[in-house]
Design a protein around this ligand. Structure first.
Ligand code: NAD
Length: 260
């Protein structure tokens, strides 16, 4: 399968799952607009590594918590790379606390970055996708888009929200050549999860290896992390012609987490 001639914007692609998806799409020939935070050398490395795959790259440092910056980023992708055919809403953050102690500003930030950003990016990208008669919208939800865990009220609300938003987009776009799907990963070993592992090891006076096993076994029947490359492979499949009638689907890749 080739995505040559297609342009993909992957939010939060300087790290973790977003980087895995950007690399997987680039391997199929898609030009990539990278977004996300990071020091200049980190971003230059990411752009260099993706560029080595023989595709064009561009970078936008937009904060996806800010709607105006999202619209500008979509316009930048269209101007610098010629179009925007594949939109992957991936950027996300986490904060854990009981509801009664959850800081208001963390709630607002998680809803803005993990949920509202996808709405604003889709709003900006859909008109040109409709016009071209082809598009792929892939929203990175989570097992937490389908089931809940304690201490993650904002994250669980945002992820359930993005699954609902994806379904609405799929219905609105059903006969336009544009599909919209949500990928729902279980545990993926990325910096976002590493921070949670370290915080828990510290609070329990335990080591990261022991906490890692507990993390997996508490949630997943399968005691294994999914990898960013595997999430990327699923995103590539969703961009293929074989997947052209898959739309509105929350697709689990979670070691059996939500099968229970
Ligand atoms: P990560 O921390 O490794 O990467 C997050 C990326 O988002 C980084 O590139 C960061 O710079 C970017 N980002 C954060 N805030 C941003 C903002 N305001 N504007 C622009 N970019 C911003 O995290 P990850 O684990 O790769 O998570 C990526 C997505 O996958 C998130 O939506 C997360 O909820 C979801 N997810 C992760 C897991 C997991 O186990 N790691 C499981 C399910 C879902």
């Amino acid at each position: 399968m080739s995505l040559k001639g297609k342009v993909a914007l992957v939010t939060g692609s300087t790290s973790g799952i977003g980087l895995g998806i950007a690399e997987a799409l680039a391997r199929q020939g898609a030009d990539i607009m990278v977004n996300g935070f990071g020091d200049t050398p980190v971003i230059e490395n990411v752009l260099g590594d993706i560029g080595k795959l023989g595709v064009r790259t561009a970078y936008c440092g937009a904060d996806v918590g800010k709607p105006a910056q999202i619209a500008e980023m979509v316009a930048q992708a269209q101007q610098e790379l010629g179009s925007l055919d594949i939109l992957v809403n991936n950027a996300g953050i986490q904060h854990t606390a009981p509801i009664e102690e959850f800081p208001d500003d963390r709630w607002d930030a998680i809803i803005a970055i993990n949920l509202s950003s996808a709405f604003h990016a889709m709003k900006a990208a859909i008109p040109a996708m409709r016009q071209r008669g082809w598009g792929r919208i892939i929203n990175i939800a989570s097992a937490h888009g389908l089931v809940a865990s304690p201490l993650k009220s904002a994250y669980v609300a945002a992820k359930h929200g993005i699954v609902g938003l994806t379904k609405t987009a799929a219905i609105e776009l059903a006969n336009s050549g544009v599909t919209a799907n949500a990928i729902c990963p279980g545990w993926v070993h990325t910096p976002l999860v590493e921070r949670q592992l370290q915080a828990r090891a510290e609070s329990e006076g335990s080591d990261v290896a022991a906490v890692t096993r507990a993390f997996l076994t508490e949630k997943q029947p399968m005691e294994a992390f999914s990898t960013p490359a595997q999430i990327g492979a699923l995103a590539v499949f969703l961009c293929s012609d074989a997947a052209c009638t898959i739309t509105g689907a929350p697709l689990s890749i979670d070691g059996g987490w939500v099968a229970q």
